[in-house]
Design a protein around this ligand. Structure first.
Ligand SMILES: Nc1nc2c(ncn2[C@@H]2O[C@H](COP(=O)(O)OP(=O)(O)OP(=O)(O)O)[C@@H](O)[C@H]2O)c(=O)[nH]1
Length: 166
């Protein structure tokens, strides 16, 4: 659990670090179901880890809820001398999948806070959209309920002018 502040709002986020190894993948898939935001992380000093991202994306598409927010991360950016994956390759892949992209380093803290803040922002934005989507039909329902109630009112001098539709 971690609390971060986004647009002046304190948000408590729960972070799961899923295992990358093949043998844990059955367990990993169970984490996807409740996820609202996902970092897809490769290691810039490992071309293989970059190639694996496509597999992770297809797993996420299959098992994560629709509308889950995703960000691509190229970690170990401090290991410049061992770099096997260019920054542009990361940018290109992120663009293909419509994701934001950061190169990070857990050792130097490069872009760690920024990427967490961004993912939280994206999740909040997605939720705001969801809520706005819900608000419109709800107000229609209210309007409808009012009409029905009017129709049920007994006719009298007070209501007769209101029930005239001509
Ligand atoms: N230089 C450098 N090393 C890192 C960085 N992040 C992680 N490491 C090292 O990479 C190794 C693997 O780190 P983990 O955090 O276990 O990686 P993981 O992807 O969670 O590994 P699994 O859970 O086994 O899939 C450790 O030795 C870390 O110290 C980084 O940004 N820079």
């Amino acid at each position: 659990m971690k609390t971060i502040e986004v647009d002046g709002i304190k948000v408590r986020i729960q972070i799961w670090d899923t295992a990358g190894q093949e043998r844990y993948q059955t367990i990993t898939k169970q984490y996807y179901r409740r996820a609202q935001g996902i970092f897809l992380v490769y290691d810039i000093s490992s071309e293989r880890s970059y190639q694996h991202i496509m597999k992770w994306v297809s797993d996420v598409d299959e098992y994560a809820p629709e509308g889950v927010q995703k960000i691509l991360i190229g970690n170990k950016a401090d290991e410049e001398q061992k770099r096997q994956v260019g920054r542009e390759q990361g940018q290109q892949l992120a663009k293909e999948y419509g994701m934001d992209f950061y190169e990070t380093s857990a050792c130097t803290n490069l872009n760690i806070k920024e990427s967490f803040t961004r993912l939280t922002e994206l999740v909040l934005q997605a939720h705001r959209k969801e809520l706005e989507g819900l608000r419109t039909p709800a107000s229609n329902e209210l309007a409808l309920a009012e009409l029905e109630e009017d129709e049920g009112k007994p006719e009298g001098p007070e209501n007769s002018s209101k029930t005239c539709w001509c």
